[in-house]
Write a protein that binds this ligand. Structure first.
Ligand code: PXP
Length: 243
């Protein structure tokens, strides 16, 4: 069954918008786990726009399921990640001016920096190192060559497709990427823009997906129906159980 990890960055965004101490991403993470999430994701950005180092330390102490630390190869953030030693470290591209992560890593262009960072993460006790990539076989094969034992397929183009035909085409691209990853011997994760509506087509088309990382759709629903219900609904969507 596909693992569901919930990203709590947006709770930090809301807190920081008012320079407040609440809502607390650490409390939100506990509620997500109680409601059935298999783990928690956060992205410690270089500009600290949502998650802070205080959150990272407390999440590392309190999350009981899988902890996924998303990061760029920025030296300071890599050393925080090595210090914390999450279960999974997901390397993503990062640009300060972007609203959210905008596409996968160019693994071939960044091969030397990635190949330097990945062994440090394993040495720090991180079991799984993932590279966030577009569903392009060359990038996936390059990711496996760097030593990453997982890839997270970028599902943003699938989620943003404007017509049913375009969405099906993007789902097929993801399926091709997932097969390439499986053949390269790396674990397949996926995320970005997955929601209660588009997950069904994704799941029906894309094989070998061990884990999905979902944030915005759950947090947006949580504002209206509460965190417990929003997470339970997503568990039902991803795991095929009734809410
Ligand atoms: N995976 C990665 C690598 C991401 O950067 C994000 C966005 O923070 C997600 C998954 C989750 O995307 P969304 O918030 O659209 O569900």
């Amino acid at each position: 069954m596909t693992n569901l990890l919930i990203n709590v960055d947006h709770v930090g965004t809301l807190r920081n918008a008012r320079e407040e101490t609440f809502p607390d991403p650490v409390h939100a993470a506990a509620r997500c786990e109680q409601a059935g999430a298999d783990g928690i994701v956060f992205h410690l950005r270089e500009d600290r726009r949502h998650i802070t180092e205080r959150d990272v330390r407390l999440l590392a102490e309190t999350v009981t399921g899988k902890l996924d630390f998303e990061l760029s190869t920025d030296e300071e953030v890599v050393s925080v990640c090595c210090d914390v030693g999450p279960d999974l470290a997901t390397l993503v591209p990062e640009r300060r001016e972007e609203v959210t992560t905008e596409g996968g890593l160019d693994v071939t262009a960044n091969r030397s920096r990635l190949s330097a960072v990945i062994p440090r993460l394993y040495d720090a006790g991180v079991d799984q190192v993932s590279l966030f990539v577009d569903p392009v076989p060359e990038q996936i094969e390059a990711a496996a060559d760097t030593g990453a034992n997982c890839v997270e397929l970028h599902t943003g183009d699938f989620a943003e497709a404007e017509t049913e035909a375009a969405r099906r085409e993007e789902a097929e691209r993801l399926a091709t990427g997932a097969r390439a990853a499986h053949e390269a011997g790396v674990r397949v994760h996926a995320g970005h823009g997955l929601d209660y509506g588009n997950f069904r087509l994704f799941d029906a088309t894309v094989p070998h997906v061990a884990e999905v990382s979902i944030g915005f759709a759950v947090m947006a629903r949580a504002i209206l129906v509460g965190m417990d219900q929003a997470v339970r609904d997503m568990c039902a969507t991803v795991k095929g159980q009734r809410a």
